[in-house]
Design a protein around this ligand. Sequence first.
Ligand SMILES: Cc1cc2nc3c(=O)[nH]c(=O)nc-3n(C[C@H](O)[C@H](O)[C@H](O)COP(=O)(O)OP(=O)(O)OC[C@H]3O[C@@H](n4cnc5c(N)ncnc54)[C@H](O)[C@@H]3O)c2cc1C
Length: 398
Amino acid sequence: MELSFTPEDRAFQKDVQDFIAAHLTPTLARGQALTPSVFSEPEISGPWHRLLHTRGWVAPAWPQQYGGTGWTPAQRWIFETECARAGAPSLSPMGVRMVGPLIIGFGSEAQKAYYLPRMLSGEDYWCQGYSEPGSGSDLASLKTRAVRDGDHYVINGTKIWTTHAHHANRMFALVRTADTPRKQDGISFILIDMTLPGITIRPIHTIGGDHEVNQVFFDDVQVPVSDRVGEENKGWTYGKYLLEFERGGGMNAARLRSRFDNVSRLARGEATGPAIDDPDIARRMAEIDVDIDALDMIELRIMSDLQTGQNPGAVSSLLKLRASEIQQAVTRLGVDVIGYDALYWEPLRPLYALNEPAAIPENELTVVPEYLNRRAYTIFGGTSEVQRDIIAKNMLGL
Ligand SMILES: Cc1cc2nc3c(=O)[nH]c(=O)nc-3n(C[C@H](O)[C@H](O)[C@H](O)COP(=O)(O)OP(=O)(O)OC[C@H]3O[C@@H](n4cnc5c(N)ncnc54)[C@H](O)[C@@H]3O)c2cc1C
C-alpha cells in the first residue's frame, strides 16, 4: 500500500479544499457541527448534496458509467478527509451508498435509468424498511406481506425504527411474498413510493430528544410489480448484499477524528480545566487516538482492495463493529471530560433549525446529545453481537 501522495493527489486535494472554501456556508457548517447523528437533516444535507452534484462528486463509490467520479482510492480518501476536516454536511447514505449499489448490481435497466439519476441529483430521499416489531436481529422472521394482484403487490404490515421516513419520498423494503419452510426463501426486495395512499408514519422520539426514527404502517398499499428488485423470493440475498454497503461502504475515520479533536480540545482545558491531567482520561485519549488511526488505515486498505462499486463482503461487519465502538468511546470520553457540566444539556436540532444561540458554551454543546445519540450505533445496521457472529462464521470460519 502506497501511503504517500503524488503531485496529482496534492493538486486534487487543493481542488477539493477550494471547492469547500467556496461553497460551505456558515449555516451549513453550523448545522453539521450541531448534528448529533450519523447524517444530517435534509435541510443541511440537501443543499450540500446538490452542490456536490453540480460538480459530479456525489457518488465516488459508483462505477463511472452510472455517474461515479472515477477517483483513485487515494482521491476518495482525500475527499472524505477534507470534507470531514472542514465540517461539511454528512449525506444520508441510504440512497447513493446503500440502495444505489443494489440497483446497479441487481436492478432492471428501467430501474437504473429511473432511480439512479434521481439519487445523484438528490430528487429522491430514501429510507430503509427492514426492521419490524419482533424482527430486528431475527430479520428473516419479518411479516409485512406483499400479495400479488395483477401487476401490483398489495402491501400490509409495519416497519419500525425507520430512520428519516418522515423526510423520505422512497423506501426500499424487505417484504414477505411467500410462506416457505426456510423463512429467508419467501422474502422479496421492493421499492416503495412513500407518497402512496395507505402509508402512515408515526414518530419515535429518542433519548437525546431527536426525531430520527419512526414506525411506518402499510394498509393495502399498491406497489407496481416493476418496482421489485431482482427475482421474487430472492430478496434475502439482495437485502444482505445491501447491508454490506451499509456497514462497510463508508469511511468513518475522518469524521471520527474531527469529533475526537473536539473532545481533545475540551480535555486540554480550553473551557473546563485540564481533564487530561487525570491519568485515566489521558490513557483513554491515547487509546482512541491509536484506534482511529488504525481504523483509517483499515478503511483505506479495504477500499484499495475493492473494484469501484464492488461489495465489501464480511469485512463490512468488522468495519461497522470497530467504527461504532470507537464512536461510543469518543462520546463517553466527552461526557467524562466535561464532568458535572454534562448534567445540563439540551437537544441540538431546535438550536440550528432556529439559528438560536445556546445557553451552554458552544464547545460543550454537542457532548451530551452526541453521547446519547451514539448509544444506538452498536444497535442499528445490526447489533454488535450480530456482527461478531458474522465475523466468527464468515471471516474466522468458526
Ligand atoms: C437509532 C436506530 C435507527 C435505526 N434505523 C433503522 C432503519 O432505518 N431501518 C431499519 O430497517 N431498521 C433500523 N433500525 C433497527 C435496527 O436494525 C434494529 O434495532 C437492530 O437490528 C436490532 O434489532 P432489535 O431492536 O429488534 O433488537 P433484538 O434483535 O431484539 O436484540 C435485542 C438484544 O439481543 C441480542 N441478540 C439478538 N439476537 C442475538 C443472537 N442471535 N446472538 C446474540 N445476541 C443476540 C442483540 O444483540 C441485542 O443486544 C434502527 C435502530 C436504531 C436504534
